[in-house]
Design a binder for this molecule. Sequence first.
Ligand code: NAD
Length: 491
Amino acid sequence: MRTIPHYINAESISAPGELPVFNPATGEVIARVPLPSVHDVDDAVAKARAAWQTWRHSSLSQRTNILFTFRHLLVTHSEELAALITAEHGKTIADAKGEIARGLENVEYACGVTEHLKGDFSSQVADGVDVHSFRESLGVVAAITPFNFPIMVPLWMAANALATGNVVILKPSERDPSVSVRLAELLSEAGLPAGVFNVLQGNAVTVTQLLEHPGVDAVSFVGSTPVARHVYNTATAHGKRVQALGGAKNHMVVLPDADLDIAADAAINAGYGAAGERCMAISIVVAVGDIADQLVAKIAERVDRLSVGPGDDPTSDFGPVITNEHRQRILSYVSAPDPGVTVVRDGSGLAALPGFFVGPCLLDGVAPGMRSYDDEIFGPVLGVARVASYADAVALINANPYGNGTAIFTRDGNAARLFSRQVSVGMIGINVPIPVPVSSYSFGGWKNSLFGHSHIYGPEGIAFYSRAKVVTTRWPLASESQIDLGFPRTR
Ligand code: NAD
């Protein structure tokens, strides 16, 4: 049985495999992942800290060169990386390649670090006095990532963290950890010095050790809301800078004037893509006014054409979910629906397969207070909520505890503009169901979808991974020097 190593100080470190890694398409255990000891965590942090002493002073052109080479390596290895992702996560190869492409964007953005780290300069703020600012790295960044984007989310974090002069310890999800080791190897191949990017395998215990470790300066976390809250509370209590992105329940509003075929296609793509295991997946379609019956029928008709199968089969629209336990949890929303909910499509027909497959499920009539509305199901289950008016749709979204993404489908520009101003949500799509910002903007939700003030990647990512220094300068002539104990008064 293959054991997935740690990668510390540019060395692959083998350790006894403890947790199983499944191929979700077959249900077989294909590898094992080790759990580090307290000593292993201390050692990784010490080596990363030592590497920071040099890396923090590296030139921006050296960092840019490495990132450019790394970008090229990611492109040339994309087939291999996509296959690794599919084998452990289960998503289709096409979807894995999409994830790689969105991760690449962040590397490209980080290649512009010379532009992004430019400081300010003010000449003659007082007589003979100039002021300038610049930004420096934080130190050791712990990057803790979820299973659903095993390469993109690490790249959201690592690209900007490395470009700004930090060193990184990535603790990937224990469910699909192989690709993170390849990332580390490719960074080394690109010329990144030893110890600057490290991978420490592990689970919740490992995370807590990193959160409490005095040698860790900052924490970037992406995962579920309860864990994000715990990470934020623990790491800030230990004096660290923290951004912790959590879960979601994303609503897609369809106004009566929308093209219902376009809306139904979008609901299918965003609801069932990657088996619904995306934090920006649409999980609730909000049908406004009298279009609901027609919209549900159009979605159901498209559900019947979906093909569910192994991610490496090019005919599969989506693959299995991550574990058998997760499959059983997802199916409970269909086998025991909330009172008042109609199961329009039941995807439990694949439940007997050894692979962790769930067919597309469609629930009509979901509403707040029901499990199927309130919970982040994180599977191929789309709920339809029926509301009377646009105002009811906005009220529904704003009352929801999550605020990651939302979308509106309409031909009415003013309604769309108002919607973008009125919803308490971080990322909004207008006729775009999954509005993940391009890398020159930052990604982040509101409310229980993000703890901490900083969104991830883009300009806010650069700001998160760096801190400002402001220098006030005077070159006085000897004749101008005098004793004056007062606070500067002249203006
Ligand atoms: P998860 O919270 O279970 O795990 C995320 C990471 O935290 C993993 O590395 C895991 O080892 C670690 N972890 C798990 N339990 C922990 C605990 N009790 N204490 C400390 N660390 C712990 O999330 P997941 O199941 O891997 O990923 C799916 C979740 O991530 C969904 O809720 C999804 O919405 C969310 N997500 C959010 C975003 C976003 O940008 N907001 C992006 C992707 C995924």
